[in-house]
Design a protein. Structure first.
Ligand SMILES: *Cc1c(COP(=O)(O)O)cnc(C)c1O
Length: 430
C-alpha cells in the first residue's frame, strides 16, 4: 500500500524542485523519502500517516521549548487578531530589542529581519560600510545562510581566493571571501599578517553546528578577538544557531568573548521567521536611515513572529532552564556513547548546552577535514534504523542535533534503546 507520505512526496516533486523548500529537508544524503509532518506537541511529532517520532531536529533549533507550547500558541493567536502586519513600527519590536540587549549586551543596537540569511548578509554589509574594506574571512564548514558571498567553499590553503560553492555565484563575488580551517590559530595569524588591513570582517560560528557539531578551541576564539582588534577588523559571531541555545547569553557568554557584531535567528523567532543583527553602536549607526548602509524589509519585525519569539525568550529565562537543558542533552549523549561502547561500535559524541553532535569516528572532530573523515555509510544505517524506531534525527552525518525543554527522561531512555538496536544492525551489516 502506498503511504500518504509517498503520494505527497511524489506530487511535490512535480511542482517543487526535489519536493522540498530547503535542501536540508530532502533525504539525499541518507536515501529514502523525506517525512511529511502534520502535528507536533512537546518533544513529539506525527507524520501524515500517523506515525509518532521523538524529534531531535526541533525545526533545526527554534523549538527550544517544544512544539506547540501552549503559552507561545496563545500569545500568537491573541496578537494575530490585531492584524498580521503594519509595515510600521510597533512596541513589540522595542520589547524584542530590549530583551536581546539584556541577554546579549554586546548587541548595543539591533535591527530585526526575517531570517538568519538576511541577518548575516546585512551584518557583512554594515561591516564593509564601517571599515571601507571589501574582503571577509569565513571558516571551512561554517554555514552562514545562502547569501552569495557566504556560499564559498573552503579554499585548499591559506590565501587561496575563494571559489564559489554554488553555481550562480559569480567568481568576482567569491573572490572577496577568504576561507580558513576552523580552530587553526597559525593559519589565522598568517592571514592577518599578510592581509589584515584589507579585511572588513571575520564571520564565525562560535560553536559550529553546520558540519555536525564542532567545538571551538578557546585559544582560537581568543586569537580571533585579539587579531580583529589589532587590525581594525569587525568580528561577527554568527549565533543564529547558538544564540539562546548553548547558553542564555549565547556562545559569547559561554566562552567570555565579546564580538563587535552578532547575528541571531532560529530560537529568536520561536518557530516563526525572525532574525536579528546588531552590535557596537558606532558600527550599527552606519545603517540607513542614520547612515549610508542600506538595509530594509517589508515584514521585518513582524508583530506575530516577534510575539512568538518574545514568548519563547521569556520561557527560556526561567531559573535553571539552560542548566537543565544542558544536563538532559548530556545525558542523551552519554547514554548513546555508552551503548555504542557496549556494542563495540566506533562512535563518539558531545554536547554544548542544548546542541549535540554524534560521530562514527574514534574522537570528536575539531575541523571540517576531521568531520569529513567520519563513516557516512554507517551513519546512514544508524539514521534509518533510528527513524524506523520513531527517532527523528537530522538526515545527514553533518547535522547537529537539538534537544528541547520538552524532552523527558522517558524520551531519552527510548532513544538510547533505539540506538542499541541500531548499533546491532550496524554490526550485523558488517
Ligand atoms: C541556520 C543558520 C543560518 C541561516 O538562517 P536561515 O534562517 O536559514 O536563513 C545562518 N547561520 C547559521 C549559523 C545557521 O545555523
Amino acid at each position: 500500500m502506498t503511504s500518504k507520505n509517498q503520494i505527497l512526496f511524489e506530487k511535490s516533486q512535480q511542482l517543487i524542485p526535489g519536493g522540498v523548500n530547503s535542501p536540508v529537508r530532502a533525504f539525499r544524503s541518507v536515501g529514502g523519502t523525506p517525512i511529511f509532518f502534520k502535528k507536533g506537541l512537546g518533544s513529539k511529532l506525527w507524520d501524515v500517516d500517523g506515525k509518532e517520532y521523538i524529534d531531535y531536529i526541533n525545526s533545526w533549533g527554534p523549538m527550544i521549548v517544544g512544539h506547540a507550547h501552549p503559552e507561545v500558541i496563545e500569545a500568537v493567536q491573541a496578537v494575530a487578531a490585531n492584524s498580521l502586519s503594519f509595515g510600521a513600527p510597533t512596541g513589540l519590536e522595542l520589547e524584542m530589542a530590549e530583551t536581546i540587549n539584556k541577554l546579549v549586551p554586546s548587541m548595543e543596537q539591533i535591527r530585526l529581519v526575517s531570517s538568519g540569511t538576511e541577518a548575516t548578509m546585512s551584518a557583512i554589509r554594515v561591516a564593509r560600510g564601517f571599515t571601507g574594506r571589501s574582503k571577509l574571512v569565513k571558516f571551512e564548514g561554517c554555514y552562514h545562510g545562502h547569501a552569495d558571498s557566504l556560499l564559498v567553499k573552503a579554499g585548499s590553503g591559506l590565501l587561496t581566493f575563494g571559489e564559489p560553492d554554488s553555481a550562480g555565484v559569480p567568481a568576482e563575488v567569491a573572490a572577496n571571501t577568504l576561507t580558513l580551517p576552523y580552530n587553526d590559530v597559525e593559519q589565522l595569524e598568517a592571514l592577518f599578517k599578510q592581509s589584515g588591513e584589507e579585511l572588513a570582517c571575520v564571520i564565525v560560528e562560535p560553536v559550529v553546528g553546520n558540519m555536525n557539531l564542532v567545538k571551538p578551541k578557546e585559544a582560537f576564539l581568543k586569537a580571533l578577538r585579539e587579531l580583529c582588534t589589532q587590525y581594525g577588523v569587525v568580528l561577527i559571531f554568527d549565533e543564529v544557531m547558538t544564540g539562546f541555545r548553548v547558553h542564555l547569553g549565547g556562545a559569547q557568554a559561554l566562552y567570555g568573548i565579546k564580538p563587535d557584531m552578532t547575528t541571531l535567528g532560529k530560537v529568536i523567532g520561536g518557530g516563526l521567521p525572525v532574525g536579528a543583527f546588531g552590535g557596537r553602536k558606532d558600527i550599527m549607526s552606519g545603517l540607513a536611515p542614520l547612515g549610508k548602509v542600506y538595509q530594509a524589509g517589508t515584514l521585518s519585525g513582524n508583530p506575530v513572529a516577534v510575539t512568538a519569539g518574545l514568548k519563547t525568550l521569556e520561557l527560556i529565562q526561567a531559573p535553571d532552564f539552560h542548566k537543565n537543558l544542558a544536563a538532559q542533552t548530556k545525558k542523551l549523549v552519554d547514554g548513546l556513547v555508552g551503548a555504542a561502547q557496549k556494542a563495540g561500535v566506533t562512535f563518539s559524541g558531545q554536547s554544548v548546552g542544548g546542541m549535540f553532535g554524534l560521530y562514527f569516528s574514534e574522537a570528536c572532530p575539531t575541523s571540517f577535514d576531521e568531520v569529513m573523515a567520519s563513516d557516512k555509510t554507517v551513519f546512514n544505517t544508524f539514521f534509518h534504523s533510528m527513524l524506523e524506531s520513531g527517532i527523528y534525527l537530522g538526515p545527514s552525518a553533518f547535522e547537529a542535533g537539538f534537544v528541547s525543554a520538552a524532552h523527558t527522561k522517558e524520551d531519552i531512555v527510548a532513544t538510547i534503546a533505539a540506538a542499541e538496536k541500531a548499533f546491532q544492525k550496524i554490526l550485523s551489516d558488517k
